[in-house]
Design a protein around this ligand. Structure first.
Ligand SMILES: Cc1cc2nc3c(=O)[nH]c(=O)nc-3n(C[C@H](O)[C@H](O)[C@H](O)COP(=O)(O)O)c2cc1C
Length: 203
């Protein structure tokens, strides 16, 4: 089981990456995945999408190929979205312009991050728009890490004991569900029912 965690923050030192690292260690320590890699969008490693991608531009190919392989080999994803002005970050929306079949019919867990009590908007946005052509399957469970600075820190003194305990338990439970969707959806892809040269985009 290989799970890729996409950390959607633009910031070099971000709360999303802290949450990503916690999820990575939970996946590995609880033996929910054999491999759990983080792909971080910090410092905007992907330029804005442009049409040269569709023309097989060499620079784009060199940039995207290693990530394409990683995504293609993944059985499931965790998508972490901090709330920026009530939206998903632009870098994350840009990420979703780059790939299609590598994500198709694979489950993804949405995790949003807010320093206060926000976090619902990026979930709603990504559930509405981000999966149509790549056919990523967001599972019904989601995690909204509110007041993120006070949970999931390595130093217990930095955590609110009650909410930290809750999020650790909740994340572990939700990752267990993600794993089961990953196992189940393998059968869907292997059935051949999803293959098509005709309907290459969603409706
Ligand atoms: C540009 C920007 C806009 C933000 N807008 C919101 C917002 O609308 N709602 C919210 O709850 N938090 C907002 N925040 C605070 C973030 O929730 C907080 O900074 C969080 O740590 C961001 O995640 P990151 O550290 O992974 O980048 C905003 C932060 C930034 C940098």
């Amino acid at each position: 089981m290989k799970i890729t965690i996409i950390s959607g923050s633009h910031r070099a030192k971000s709360q999303s990456e802290k949450v990503a690292r916690y999820i990575q260690s939970t996946l590995l320590n609880k033996e929910l995945a054999d491999q759990a890699e983080i792909y971080s969008l910090a410092n905007n490693p992907l330029p804005l999408w442009d049409e040269a991608i569709w023309q097989g531009d060499e620079q784009w190919q060199a940039r995207l190929s290693p990530i394409s392989q990683q995504l293609d080999e993944s059985d499931a994803f965790v998508v972490i979205a901090p709330e920026y002005h009530g939206q998903a970050p632009a870098g994350l929306k840009n990420f979703f312009l780059m790939w299609k079949t590598e994500l198709s019919h694979k489950p993804a867990l949405l995790v949003s991050v807010s320093s206060v009590d926000g976090g619902a908007y990026p979930i709603a946005e990504l559930r509405m728009s981000s999966y149509k052509n790549n056919r990523l399957c967001y599972i019904p469970e989601q995690v909204i890490v509110r007041h993120v600075e006070s949970v999931l820190n390595d130093n217990p003194d930095d955590n609110n004991p009650e909410t930290d305990h809750y999020f650790r338990q909740r994340i572990t439970w939700t990752l267990g569900i993600l794993k089961q969707y990953a196992l189940a959806l393998t059968a869907v892809r292997e059935s051949g029912a999803t293959q098509t040269d005709k309907f290459t985009n969603g409706m």
